[in-house]
Ligand binder design. Structure first.
Ligand SMILES: [Zn+2]
Length: 426
């Protein structure tokens, strides 16, 4: 049998193991926030990967945002050397899942199998992808024990809350340095026949309008910060949103609506703080002297972050022209530059070849509307040869009755095993 065929058969033969592994991972409820059970899932992965001949390290992101003794941020990095020197292929999966939410008809932490699917929070985002990468590596090692280079598998904390206690921490400690790792595959649920090359940029900021507090029966004695913010929203509607809709990117962003610049108003808070649900009194009459808005601007590789910022400031300055007492502050909360791996990068070419060998057609190349841990690998790790590729449908992520298709997992594990063959052949 030809090696490609052998690898595919070997992965397919491990189907039951792949299902059981995914179920086990789903059954550890690693909710984030607050970051539950990271140590438990790392211990589970540790036992599994030690058995498969990996050298493992459990690393706590001590002192990172979110890390505490109650909720320590544990990560696992496992590495298995081949027979000779060569490149290292690293599979990185986040181990955290988002809150359950309402509307489930299955147990979110049960890992129930029904109609060829495994259900549970994190099934597609991304415990199914983590399981697929482990089984792919184990199958590859069984068939090609004398491979060149090294394979790494990591399970990392906090991706859903920015990745600072996970990949960012590890990247700062050198785990993604180009000397150690040459190829990174992140098995996020982007569909088994698509390669995700990167993501748009992010700029989060908080805008605060200022006024003056006074008695609500005499608002003319104060200055209403909420009305000032209303003027900001009106100006955004008038000039900013139409301008953003005009900016189109050549990045292959999916879905189509995200092929332009976007802005979300995440929140607006003005005036008296909301009282607890058990408060039965009335509010007090005050003119609000502060109003805050958090904006989430997603930008394109064609845009400069300085321009993105200047554009928002221009909106505020236009409002100032029409309002005598208008005053504001603006504060950046978070920034991530857009990134896109070249199509001829080695990891892209190898996974593309593996997809062709598995599905008989070329992959689709996509870019994610939102960011994921590639941002830290790119910026801190200085590693450009990185993609997201894994089983599952992105639209199901964070939804009730999240699932991953078993056949999809098997096929993407085959793709991963074939990519290993291509990148680590001796
Ligand atoms: Zn994810």
């Amino acid at each position: 049998m030809e090696l490609t065929e052998k690898l595919k058969v070997e992965v397919a033969a491990r189907r039951d193991d792949l299902v059981a592994l995914t179920q086990d991972l789903i059954r550890v409820p690693t909710l984030n926030p607050p970051g539950d059970n990271y140590r438990e899932i790392c211990d589970y992965l540790d036992r599994r990967l030690l058995r498969s001949g990996f050298h493992t390290e459990l690393i706590r992101a001590k002192g990172a945002i979110g890390d505490s003794d109650k909720h320590p941020r544990w990560n696992i990095v496992a590495r298995r050397e081949g027979a000779t020197a060569g490149d290292c292929v690293h599979f990185n999966s986040h181990i955290d899942v988002v809150e359950v939410g309402h509307g489930w008809t299955t147990d979110p932490f049960g890992g129930e199998v029904k109609d060829g699917r495994i259900y549970g929070r994190g099934a597609c985002d991304m415990k199914g992808g983590l399981a697929a990468s482990i089984v792919a590596a184990e199958a590859f090692i069984a068939i090609c024990p004398d491979y060149a280079g090294a394979i790494e598998i990591s399970g990392t904390a906090d991706e859903e809350s920015g990745g600072f206690g996970g990949v960012a921490y590890l990247a700062e400690k050198g785990y993604f340095s180009p000397e150690r790792v040459q190829h990174v595959i992140i098995p996020e649920p982007l569909n088994k026949d698509r390669i995700c090359l990167g993501h748009r940029g992010v700029w989060w900021a908080e805008i605060e309008t200022k006024g003056e507090i006074a008695h609500g029966s005499m608002p003319f004695l104060g200055d209403c910060a909420v009305r000032h913010m209303g003027a900001v929203v009106a100006e955004m509607e008038e000039s900013l949103f139409p301008a953003l809709a005009q900016k189109r990117t050549s990045m292959p962003v999916v879905p189509d609506g995200a092929k332009q610049s976007t802005l979300n108003i995440n929140s607006i808070h003005g005036g008296e703080a909301e009282q607890a649900g058990d408060y039965t009194g009335l509010p007090s009459p005050c003119v609000p002297d502060r109003c805050r808005m958090v904006i989430d601007r997603r930008f394109l590789i064609e845009e400069d972050i300085a321009e993105v910022e200047a554009e928002i400031r221009a909106v505020l300055e236009r409002v100032r022209e029409g309002r005598e007492t208008f005053d504001y502050d603006i504060r950046e909360l978070h920034r991530v530059l857009p990134t896109m791996t070249e199509r001829d990068a080695p990891v892209v070419a190898s996974v593309a070849k593996a997809i062709e060998a598995t599905f008989g057609r070329e992959p689709d190349y996509v870019v994610s509307p939102g960011t994921y841990d590639q941002k830290h690998i790119d910026r801190i790790g200085r590693l450009k040869n990185c993609i997201a590729y894994g089983p599952g449908i992105l639209d199901l992520a964070h939804k009730p009755d999240e699932y991953v298709g078993i056949e999809d997992m098997v096929q993407s594990a085959q793709v991963m095993a074939l990519a290993l063959k291509d990148l680590l052949s001796n």
